[in-house]
Design a protein around this ligand. Structure first.
Ligand code: SAM
Length: 210
């Protein structure tokens, strides 16, 4: 099994959202919590999602007039994404780090929601992101707080961390240090709690500027 086939397996087990049009959220609850305003992106802005999965968040941004670009390592995820949103979103099948290192475009905002940033060494990924963000552009990263709810997210189906797909976990202050170490400015962090009655986990959100 390769990393991409592990994520293909994950993609087959996670159904596409039935929401049309999709509603943006930093959590797994559409429309819950803060929305795309965290990206500070006006219509026409270029926005990149790392590990975009089935592309619902990008479709929501495209509907707001943003130039939405996604990258994901899984062909299965992107086939589903392109089938629904291919007319309005630019999708790229690649490892996020490889994409960042081989594209010439720059972005007004880059984000990842439980996405590629969580599964790539941040000491390598953060400089690659910064190189593609315009000065003043925003980076938003969302993921589970450390130690919470891995089982539902394991791409291999294993209830424990697989050796094939590693997840980079850290407390907010550790992510903030990593961000400043790599030249990002004014990192801030907050937690989104699940909607009332939902049993799912919290979402940690980090925000910083190039
Ligand atoms: C847990 S899923 C989240 C997907 C989506 N962001 C969402 O919230 O529904 C992680 C996604 O990141 C993608 N991914 C993991 N590692 C990646 C990498 N190195 N480069 C690009 N995509 C990656 C997987 O294929 C998968 O679609």
């Amino acid at each position: 099994m390769t990393v991409s086939s592990a994520w293909d397996n994950y993609a087959r087990r996670t159904p596409a959202s039935s929401q049309v049009p999709p509603t943006f959220s930093w959590t797994n609850h559409p429309g819950h919590g803060p929305g795309p305003e965290l990206l500070e992106a006006e219509p026409g802005a270029r926005v990149l999602e790392l590990g975009c999965g089935k592309g619902d968040r990008l479709a929501a941004l495209a509907a707001l007039g943003l130039h939405a670009v996604g990258v994901d390592i899984s062909a299965v995820q992107l086939a589903a994404a392109a089938a629904r949103w291919g007319a309005m979103v630019e999708f790229n099948q690649a490892d996020a780090l490889h994409f960042l290192n081989h594209t010439t475009g720059t972005y007004d905002a880059v984000y990842s929601v439980y996405g590629a940033h969580w599964f790539t060494d941040p000491r390598v990924l953060l400089p690659a992101i910064r190189a593609r963000l315009r000065p003043g552009g925003v980076l938003v990263l969302a993921h589970l707080p450390p130690g919470e709810g891995f089982e539902g997210h394991s791409p291999t189906g294993s209830p424990i961390k697989s050796e094939l797909v590693l997840r980079w976990e850290g407390e907010a202050h550790q992510w903030a240090s990593l961000l400043t170490d790599h030249g990002f400015l004014a990192p801030s962090a907050f937690t989104i709690h699940p909607p009332r009655g939902a049993t799912t986990e919290r979402t940690a959100v980090l925000r910083s500027w190039a």
